[in-house]
Design a protein around this ligand. Structure first.
Ligand code: GLC
Length: 429
């Protein structure tokens, strides 16, 4: 059917709003009940975009609560365990961080400054926003400084990641090789995810054993950043994190200008410049994307996933690279039934419903659409938005969607899907 002639029914704003209210635990929003009962960092950031159109003070509170769990060294953990919950594994005891708000010991894609900038632009009460910005900016700056200081001590311009969970794209086939050499734990544990979601949609046990080995590794070495940098058996450059950090850094500088805050801005500009010069090392002219990179073996992780086109979102591509990625996305959208699949369907590792190995994630489609529009590819941005909207209107607000059928997968009534629908899908491209 002719794309322009096709009908794309509107999203149900009331249903999306009800999901955020239902997942609100008083100051923070859980991703979904049961499967993810705590505050996850990048989920929470994206969820703020939904709250801003419902009730502005609640959106600012979402950020305030997350940054209350910031570590003294500046990192923002990927999970804050505000309360005990039996339904999730691995919990605070396994992570062993010992922080005042129990937390995990890794971070997640640092999208906060970007979503906060969008919140600022969308809000009506600018004085409330400035008040919140003044409190948040030193914390955001410390967080960005942590990434560069602890994850790129050699100043290469490309920060690294120590765990597939840190990428937020936990089970991506891009991590198969580097994770494959990590030993597995031999202690016995009981996974909780399989009690909530079909095993077909979740990772296998050997992968879980290795995920847990890494968790033990940080704890056993007292979270010593130098030791971990030198010895962690898993160390990759994740193009998704690099790109999200880059856009967030640019947004942070803009927020600092708005709120008249100067500390750290110049140093941040230097870091952004360094990344801009370094990123070309990851470019594959053959595959038209930026490959993730294994720092242990020195090899490119040559799997085409949604992370590998996120430099569009980060403003890190030059004109030719952007054109090549736009052509790739055009072809990729044509090869996927709904939205942009998290792994390209031509990959032998593609699985349409196993998490991060194929399914469509709406907030990632949003990021790529934004990047495409920034580079002038508005038709691609529109197609991504229409396809994402179709997923939600046909199936509901799921965690992710089967890339072959559009069926909802993972957890239902999911906060970031509802928030992205409120912020993005309810508006024209
Ligand atoms: C899964 C996802 C991760 C997300 C979390 C909570 O672990 O892979 O990206 O933050 O669920 O939704």
């Amino acid at each position: 059917m002719n794309e322009t002639a096709r009908e794309h029914p509107p999203v149900d704003i009331d249903a999306a709003t009800a999901i955020l209210r239902q997942n609100d635990r008083g100051g923070y929003t859980i991703p979904t009940d049961g499967l993810y009962p705590f505050q996850w960092s990048w989920d929470s950031a994206i969820t703020g975009l939904g709250w801003i159109s419902i009730y502005e003070p609640r959106a600012w509170q979402e950020a305030e609560t997350m940054f209350r769990g910031q570590w003294d060294n500046g990192t923002v953990p990927h999970i804050l365990f505000h309360k005990g919950a039996e339904s999730y594994f691995p919990g605070p005891d396994v992570w062993g961080s010992g922080t005042k708000i129990p937390s995990s010991a890794i971070s997640q894609p640092p999208v906060w400054a970007t979503t906060i900038r969008f919140m600022y632009e969308a809000c009506r009460d600018k004085s409330l926003a400035i008040e919140n910005l003044r409190a948040l900016l030193p914390k955001l700056m410390a967080y960005h400084e942590w990434w560069y200081r602890e994850r790129d001590p050699g100043n290469t311009g490309l920060v690294c990641s120590y765990h597939p969970w840190e990428s937020g794209m936990d089970n991506s086939p891009a991590w198969d090789k580097p994770l494959g050499v990590v030993p597995g734990v031999s202690w016995v544990y009981k996974r909780r995810d399989l009690g909530h979601v079909d095993a077909e949609q979740r990772p296998h046990k050997p992968e879980y054993d290795r995920y847990l080995y890494l968790v033990d590794f940080y704890k056993d070495h007292g979270f010593d950043s130098q030791y971990i940098y030198d010895n962690c058996p898993y160390k990759v450059i994740d193009v998704g994190i690099v790109s999200i950090l880059q856009r967030a850094g640019t947004d942070l500088i803009e927020l600092c200008r708005i709120a008249d805050y100067e500390d750290g801005v110049e140093e941040l500009q230097t870091e952004l410049e360094r990344t801009r010069s370094a990123i070309s090392k990851l470019w594959s002219s053959e595959r038209c994307c930026f490959f993730n990179h294994d720092l242990i073996t020195g090899q490119a992780l040559d799997e085409v996933t949604t992370a590998t086109v996120l430099p569009l979102f980060g403003g890190l591509a030059d004109k030719e690279q952007a054109a090549a990625m736009a052509a790739l996305i055009d072809e990729w959208l044509g090869a996927t039934k709904v939205g942009l699949s998290s792994t390209h369907p031509s990959s032998p590792r593609y699985e349409s419903q196993r998490y991060w190995r194929g399914p469509v994630w709406i907030h990632i489609n949003w990021m790529i659409a934004l990047g495409a529009a920034d580079y002038g590819y508005s038709a691609i941005a529109r197609r991504l938005q229409d396809a994402a909207r179709d997923c939600v209107t046909a199936a509901g607000f799921w965690e992710y969607f089967d890339a072959d059928t559009g069926d909802g997968c993972g957890g239902d009534n999911f906060s970031w899907t509802a928030a992205t629908a409120l912020f993005w899908l309810s508006k024209p491209a």
